[in-house]
Design a protein around this ligand. Sequence first.
Ligand code: ATP
Ligand code: MG
Length: 269
Amino acid sequence: MVRLKTIMAHTICIANQKGGVGKTTTAVNLAAALSVANKKTLLVDCDPQANATTGLGIDKRNINKSLYHGLIGQADAADVICETGIAKLSLIPSKTDLIGFEIEMMADADRDKMLRELLAPCAKDYDYIIIDCPPSLSLLTLNAMTAANSVLITLQCEFYALEGLGQLMQTVKRIKQGLNPGLNIEGILLTMFDSRTNLSNQVADNAVKYFKNLVFKTRIPRTVRLGEAPSYGKPIIFYDPSSTSSKSYLDLAKEVRNGSRRKDKFVIL
Ligand code: ATP
Ligand code: MG
């Protein structure tokens, strides 16, 4: 008898407790780039700021049930997943009410596993699930890391970029030792890279020196178009398909699909 193995989505959370380092830009554009490569993708907006939701052009006023309702058990994944207008790309949207999750779940013993439980029934329906994290190592980020197969860390090519990375790695290690033994680092992505500045090149050199092959070959350039795209509610590959920024996220999607960094034996955790 031939047994067919159910393929589960590869779930990646995009994290860095530093604010404004390109997490949401990467979550939206990586998710879109995977979907145009014919991979069924679910983007989960795990940040009460809801930037990934608006970045995809979804009007928060039209959302009845969001991630918050799914996490507190008032809705199933199927009830909170919405279509985005982009083929093969779905979204679990967020609203500011997600702030309440942390306080309301404080006394619940399973508070770290709520996202994993919400996503489990739909993991077989997707090739990739991309989770956009808030800028903190809060309960929402812990939920994202517990639900994920891997963590993609965005590193902005600015001064202090590497600061705080130790704490982030420790958090990943702690989750791996306890709640989620299968957790890996997907890779470290250099964002807002400007090859004309010494600072960008220094950050890139240091990242490669410390994290070696864990650093993605693709670097996301700092461009005006990437900053503009969210205000049109479009990923860069639809806003400006021929731009270098669009190419950079398509290249990143290729690297992720290839999975070479995950297979790398460089031990960090
Ligand atoms: P937060 O921590 O607040 O969630 P974040 O890490 O998700 O922030 P983004 O929202 O992706 O960061 O980016 C911060 C700002 O920088 C946004 O205005 C975004 O449009 C802009 N930005 C991100 N990446 C680039 C880039 N490569 N080039 C130019 N602007 C960018
Ligand atoms: Mg963000």
